[in-house]
Design a protein around this ligand. Structure first.
Ligand code: G6Q
Length: 554
């Protein structure tokens, strides 16, 4: 077995370097060098990354780049791009990059070229989305479709839901979309009260077409539609499927001609670029969807070709490793100052935590270092009035990404200047802090009459109103959230995750924890709905007690 990366000489050097660097506060680093912004910022695909407000010096970067060499990052990037089965626990290649390969370079899996199939599905998506948009495709009673309901969960929900929200300004005014994911009847039930069966298209999005939540929601939606329109034949006009499982789609009653295919080399959380994005292709139009792909492709090219020291995802990944493993941070905040990115934090929670929430190396050895941080966040200004307090005066070091649009989707006087000033004020203040001396001076200056009592009051307040600062952040800034910029931004985070998985020697592309949830719920279900409780014996007393309590109450 190979030794853990934590045993390497470079790891020890990084540990020693951290001990020295931690003695200097961020504000001192800025005071010592007026050129940190120029030195520690870089642009790719229309996104500027300012990483100067981090605990790092040129030496830190040199060491982190040596770590990247040590873990053979370049070779791993090459392995992904060459279609190798780097998702080894599922024996699958990892080729979401092929889905947005706008330059059509060849990609192969098991010796087969994948681009013809990718392009064929994109062609089918264009044809279908245009048919909906120009009313060639109509509902069973002949009315045009005006509502799209995507039924899916996890990777088959979070990506398209986030994209639809982010690019709402690009959506056709004649179409609206809903995303139904939760198995609690409230989610589908509420949605069905808002939509018209005659003008609604349901997209059943499921890679496996076996996921309990999605299948139950799809069956209930189907039943509702048939009941409302009075004929089974209506299903053909109101249901399409996106999946890798053709046979199961036929069994569900959807004609295979209305199936949009994707492949096992597309991980669920990496699938918004595939036909899983069909709902967005319809509401935004295929041209915009292809722009999204183009933005991601541009960033892929950057990731593949740029030297590691000038590579955005590499730098962001290494900076994340620097905090997780050498400052022992366990949280990472995502703070978009672009309200259209409202759902980005929850999308990134899945992307990051499902990919990196692992504790064994590729060889199955337990790691002795921290891996995935907990991802939190919310649109900037809202967060300021809520959890930022913890960042300003709590006890933990919490790195954050500020994601900032220079222009908003809407132009209302005064709003954008307010948004930008808040973003910059927060990242500055979190870094700079306010010392006790500065606080005291400020409070004294605020006093109109300096009396003994008021000075005492000031003394008592100083520690409460002092800000330690020293909180690190990246700022990602772009002109405006176009489909292309969004594509690049998402690809940037995908590759950042990959870089970290290589540093930690873990497989970023399996998700056995998710699979476990799917299995255990299926074991418990019969005990909850029927008399047969034999399966319950394997469960703990708390779970058995709760099952009995629920059964008495229903
Ligand atoms: C993503 C995960 C998971 C998956 C859902 C839905 O990477 O595998 O979130 O996307 O469990 O699975 P189906 O698409 O198969 O329904």
């Amino acid at each position: 077995m190979t030794t853990l990366i934590s045993q390497s000489a470079i790891w020890k050097q990084l540990q020693a370097h951290q001990q020295t660097l931690a003695r200097t506060r961020l504000r001192e680093l800025f005071a010592q060098d007026q050129h940190r912004f120029e030195q520690f910022s870089i642009t790719a695909s229309g996104i500027l990354l300012d990483y100067s407000k981090n605990h790092l010096t040129p030496q830190t970067l040199t060491l982190l780049l040596q770590l990247a060499e040590e873990v053979k990052l370049k070779e791993w990037i090459e392995r992904m791009f060459s279609g190798e089965k780097i998702n080894h626990t599922e024996q699958r290649a990892v080729l979401h990059i092929a889905l947005r390969n706008r330059s059509n370079r060849p990609f192969t899996v098991d010796g087969h070229e994948v681009m013809p199939a990718v392009n064929a599905v994109l062609g089918k998506m264009r044809q279908f989305s245009e048919a909906i948009r120009n009313h060639d495709w109509r509902g069973y009673t002949g009315k045009p479709i005006d509502t799209i309901v995507n039924i899916g969960i996890g990777g088959s929900d979070l990506g398209p839901r986030m994209v639809a929200r982010a690019l709402r300004a690009y959506q056709s005014p004649h179409l609206r979309s809903y995303f139904v994911s939760n198995v609690d009847a409230t989610h589908l039930g509420e949605t069905l009260t808002e939509v018209n069966p005659e003008t609604t298209l349901f997209i059943v999005a499921s890679k496996t077409f076996t996921t309990q939540e999605t299948m139950l929601n799809a069956r209930s939606a189907r039943q509702w539609l048939v009941q409302k329109l009075g004929n089974e034949e209506a299903v053909a006009k109101h249901f399409v499927a996106v999946s890798t499982a053709k046979q199961l789609i036929i069994e569900f009653g959807i004609n295979p001609s209305q199936m949009f295919e994707f492949w096992d080399w597309v991980g669920g959380r990496y699938s918004l670029w595939s036909a899983i994005g069909l709902s967005t292709a319809i509401t935004l139009g295929m041209d915009n969807f292809e722009e999204l792909l183009a933005g991601a492709h541009e960033l892929d090219q950057h990731f593949y070709t740029a030297p590691l020291a000038q590579n955005l995802p590499v730098l962001m990944g290494l900076i994340g490793v620097w905090y997780t493993n050498f400052f022992n941070t366990t949280t990472q905040m995502v703070l978009p100052y672009d309200f259209a990115l409202e759902h980005l934090p929850s999308y990134l929670q899945q992307l990051v935590m499902e990919s990196l929430g692992k504790r064994v190396t590729r060889e199955g050895k337990l790691v002795d270092y921290l891996t995935c941080p907990v991802i939190g966040g919310a649109p900037g200004n809202n967060g300021q009035h809520a959890f930022y307090q913890l960042l300003h005066q709590g006890t933990q070091l919490i790195p954050a990404d500020f994601i900032v649009a220079i222009e908003s989707q809407y132009d209302l006087p005064g709003h954008q200047a307010a948004t930008l000033s808040n973003a910059l004020a927060q990242s500055h203040t979190l870094m700079q802090g306010r010392t006790a001396e500065e606080t005291k001076a400020m409070l004294l200056a605020e006093l109109s009459v300096s009396s003994a009592t008021s000075i005492q009051q000031v003394e008592a307040l100083v520690s409460h109103r002092t800000f330690p600062g020293n909180q690190p952040s990246n700022t990602l800034i772009y002109q405006k959230l176009t489909p292309k910029i969004l594509g690049a931004l998402l690809a940037l985070y995908e590759h950042k995750v990959f870089v970290q998985s290589v540093c930690w020697d873990i497989n970023a592309f399996d998700q056995w924890g998710v699979e476990l949830g799917k299995q255990v719920a299926n074991v418990l279900l019969p005990a909850l709905v029927g008399e047969n409780t034999t399966q319950l014996e394997a469960f703990d007393a708390s779970t058995r007690g709760l099952v009995e309590y629920i059964k008495k109450s229903v």
